[in-house]
Design a protein around this ligand. Structure first.
Ligand code: ADP
Ligand code: MG
Length: 504
């Protein structure tokens, strides 16, 4: 039997073992058990030879016969290197802080794989000694100098100061890359250190400003990051199962469709909407009058910043919807209010919202029916809920399952609001015009409708006279409120001037 040639013992690395197999041999040799055994022994001798440096990629007993294994070992080595760099950065980032941030998740090698990490690597949990930390700058004693006579070194010494300055760079913000300066024996003159410090502070302030701007601005169509986070939290908490898409983007709000989840005790409807009140303030400035003079919100209005006022809109819609529901008016049911996001039930089926009265293709019978429902609804709203919609039109009424549903009541006010009757007048004009144009024979004209809803008996045959009487009534009411409020303040030590009818 032909013997295989044993490779020379010169240190040519573990790759050398592969070449031995190139020597031709017969099939019977290959199959021979004896030969296999012999080869095994040879390989063992080879890998334990002292002059062969196998440590450069792994332990001496590493099997190097497979390319895949070699590649994996190399990869492991790279990963270890990357991890040790990560540890250094982590140390630098955390510094002396009591609260530290772990970079553990960025490690390539999982701790249990890393059990045999080499000795010279830093134990990142050992805080007793940190080789990557600059040695403490030479401190001068209280008296301000060390040494004697000619060898005296004061605290103003250039070298001492320079080192101190270098060490202080560690306290710059984490995003400031200070390089290896801290580890070296670098001496930073005072003027350089001061200039660097000034620059870092300015940069920090600039980046904070930019960040804030980005966080608070609302894109026209989408929602800002804070709102997105709130929406995400609702899904995370299980109140909603998913947020599916946008139904409408108006000037003041964005409405999303969502699948309901579960909320303790209350049943979340299967289909919901999220009405997100826009956090851009421009549009809301024009609407101050709806909330500023609403006694229910008046007190809080003056104390709040504009951003918080937007939450009041959402809150106002919630309260108004609750009142409407109590009176049996068909409207969305409130699920939950989170800051400026109101979650309520969806009016529609299978992700398709019910059409607005303006878009619904109604037969004349349906139109007649819709009119009588709207009339009744307006009377209920005024009489039972003590509310005026203040934005009532065919845009804010939905046609769903053969019924009219009322939505969008964030601006609704009580009739005693200083402009309450004017708002009602406008609502009546919109409703009357829509149904008269649609050819509903029973539809009342604007004046009759106003009287039918409010129960007032204003007699005028033109708009100007009618409005003049409405304004006179509002003025009377305002005087009455002022007197009552003065009386209330003189007889009590504060408190709300009028009985608050907001009982929800
Ligand atoms: P905006 O103040 O922007 O007008 P709305 O409350 O009127 O806000 O909502 C805008 C649109 O979103 C409505 O015209 C309607 O099509 C849809 N929408 C609002 N709420 C619901 C709801 N509960 N169910 C179905 N669609 C709704
Ligand atoms: Mg609307």
């Amino acid at each position: 039997m032909e013997q295989l040639e044993i490779p020379p013992t010169s240190a040519e690395g573990p790759w050398r073992s592969g070449r031995a197999a190139e020597t031709p041999c017969s099939l019977s040799d290959v199959m021979s058990e004896q030969l296999a055994h012999q080869l095994d022994e040879e390989i063992n001798t080879f890998s334990t030879r002292p002059e062969v440096d196998v440590n450069f990629i792994g332990s001496p007993d590493s099997d190097t016969s497979s390319d895949l294994l070699l590649a994996q070992m190399l990869q492991m080595e790279f990963d270890r290197e990357s991890d040790s760099q990560l540890r250094r950065e982590e140390k630098k980032f955390n510094g002396d802080s009591k609260v530290s941030i772990s970079f553990e998740n960025y490690r390539m090698v999982h701790p249990f794989e890393d059990s045999e990490s080499s000795e010279d690597e830093v134990d990142w949990q050992d805080t007793r000694h940190d080789p990557y930390r600059a040695d403490k700058p030479t401190t001068t004693p209280r008296k301000g100098f060390v040494g004697k006579g000619k060898n005296i070194t004061t605290k103003h010494d250039e070298v001492v100061c320079g080192r101190k300055n270098t060490a202080r760079m560690e306290h710059f913000a984490p995003e400031v890359l200070v390089g290896d300066g801290i580890g070296m024996d670098l001496k930073l003159p005072n003027h350089v250190y001061n200039a660097l410090k000034k620059h870092c502070h300015a940069e920090q302030r600039r980046s904070a400003r930019l960040h804030e701007k980005k966080e608070n601005s609302t894109a026209e169509q989408a929602v800002d990051p804070k709102t997105r986070l709130l929406m995400y939290k609702m899904v995370n908490a299980g109140v909603l199962e998913a947020i599916n898409g946008c139904i409408s983007t108006g000037k003041e709000s964005v409405v999303f469709h969502a699948s309901g989840g579960s909320l303790e005790e209350t049943v979340v409807p299967e289909e919901c909407v999220l009405k997100v009140f826009k956090t851009t303030l421009n549009e809301f400035k024009n609407r101050d009058k709806y909330i500023k003079d609403d006694y229910r919100f008046k007190d809080r209005f003056s104390k709040l910043n504009p951003r918080k006022i937007i939450r009041l809109w959402a809150e106002k819609e919630m309260h108004n919807l609750a009142r409407m529901k109590k009176a049996g008016i068909l409207c969305p049911e409130v699920v939950i209010l989170k800051k400026h996001i109101l979650v309520m039930s969806f009016i529609g089926h299978n992700h398709v919202p019910a059409p607005k009265l303006k878009d619904a293709q109604l037969s004349s019978e349906d139109l007649k029916e819709a009119y009588s429902q709207v009339l009744h609804m307006m009377q209920q709203l005024y009489g039972a809920c003590n509310l005026v919609h203040a934005d009532l039109s065919e845009y804010n009424m939905l046609w769903h399952d053969g019924k009219v549903w009322l939505i969008d009541v964030s601006q609704s006010v009580e009739p005693t609001h200083p402009h309450g009757l004017e708002f009602l007048f406008r609502d009546c004009r919109n409703v009357s015009t829509f149904f008269l144009k649609a050819g509903v024979p029973d539809a009342m004209n604007l004046f009759d409708l106003f009287n039918a809803v409010s129960g007032l008996e204003i007699a005028a045959d033109n708009q100007a006279d009618f409005l003049a009487q409405i304004e006179a009534l509002e003025k009377m009411n305002e005087n009455h409120v002022q007197k009552a409020s003065k009386r209330a303040f003189s007889t009590s030590d504060g408190g709300p001037p009028l009985k608050n009818s907001d009982d929800d």
